[in-house]
Design a protein around this ligand. Structure first.
Ligand SMILES: [Zn+2]
Length: 81
C-alpha cells in the first residue's frame, strides 16, 4: 500500500439530484435549491408514502383532538344550561 486511502476525498457515491432550473447540485434539502432559491417540491426527492404505523398514529391524534373538542363543546353547552 503505497497510497493512502482518504475517504473524505472520494466523490459522493450517490449522485445528488440537480436543480432543473439552474442545473446545480442540490444540497441536503433536495426540495429546495440553495443556489437559485427555487422550491422544487418532491421533484428532487423520492415520494415516500406514509407507513401504516404512521397513518394509525395520525388517526389516533385526530381522534383524540376531535374527542377533546367534543367534550369542550359539550361542557360549555351544559354549563350554559
Ligand atoms: Zn436552482
Amino acid at each position: 500500500m503505497s497510497e493512502r486511502f482518504v475517504p473524505s476525498e472520494l466523490p459522493d457515491p450517490k449522485p445528488r439530484p440537480k436543480c432543473p432550473y439552474c442545473n446545480k447540485e442540490l444540497g441536503d434539502d433536495p426540495s429546495f435549491c440553495s443556489n437559485c432559491g427555487k422550491y422544487l417540491g418532491n421533484k428532487g426527492k423520492q415520494y415516500k408514502p406514509l407507513s401504516d404505523g404512521r397513518k394509525k398514529t395520525i388517526r389516533l391524534i385526530v381522534g383524540a383532538v376531535l374527542l377533546v373538542i367534543f367534550f369542550v363543546v359539550f361542557f360549555f353547552v351544559n354549563r350554559r344550561g
